[in-house]
Design a protein around this ligand. Structure first.
Ligand code: MN
Length: 140
């Protein structure tokens, strides 16, 4: 077995996130396996850009309280112990609330060319405020 006492914490690319986010990459896609797993920690106010995953994504919330939103305006408030499954190709975002940290394990299966994530534009302050208030907005 391989027993890792710790894994490096890095800052993911700033052009894909708003705010302060920390990533521990636990599994990178490597042929023939295409599994990618990361522990992602979002500080208050931090969130991903809009994005989608070629083969979907499973998010296991491990700490704090956060939000997951989709283009139709649906926003779910998530807490430690909960799991969210994002279907293949669905544009969405995830992050902390404005007053809480949120950490999740993110699990994807790559498409044979990286982890299969398509990154889009940032979640605007207006979209984020709507998500926080529970009104969701249109996502556009
Ligand atoms: Mn995602």
């Amino acid at each position: 077995m391989e027993h890792l006492m710790s894994t490096p914490t890095v800052r993911p690319p700033a052009e894909r996130f708003t705010g302060d986010v920390y990533l521990n990459l636990l599994e990178a896609p490597a042929e023939p396996a295409r599994l990618a797993v990361g522990l992602v920690r979002f500080t208050p106010g931090a969130r991903t850009n809009w994005h989608s995953h070629a083969n979907g994504q499973t998010l296991c919330i491990t700490d704090g309280v956060g939000l997951v939103g989709t283009r139709d305006g649906d926003v779910v408030r998530v807490s430690a112990g909960e799991t969210v499954k994002c279907p293949a190709g669905e544009e969405h975002w995830h992050g902390a609330t404005d007053t809480t940290l949120m950490a999740h394990i993110a699990i994807v299966v790559g498409d044979g060319n990286g982890d299969g994530t398509t990154w889009l534009e940032p979640v605007s302050d207006e979209q984020y405020a709507a998500a926080l208030s529970g009104t969701g907005g249109t996502g556009n």
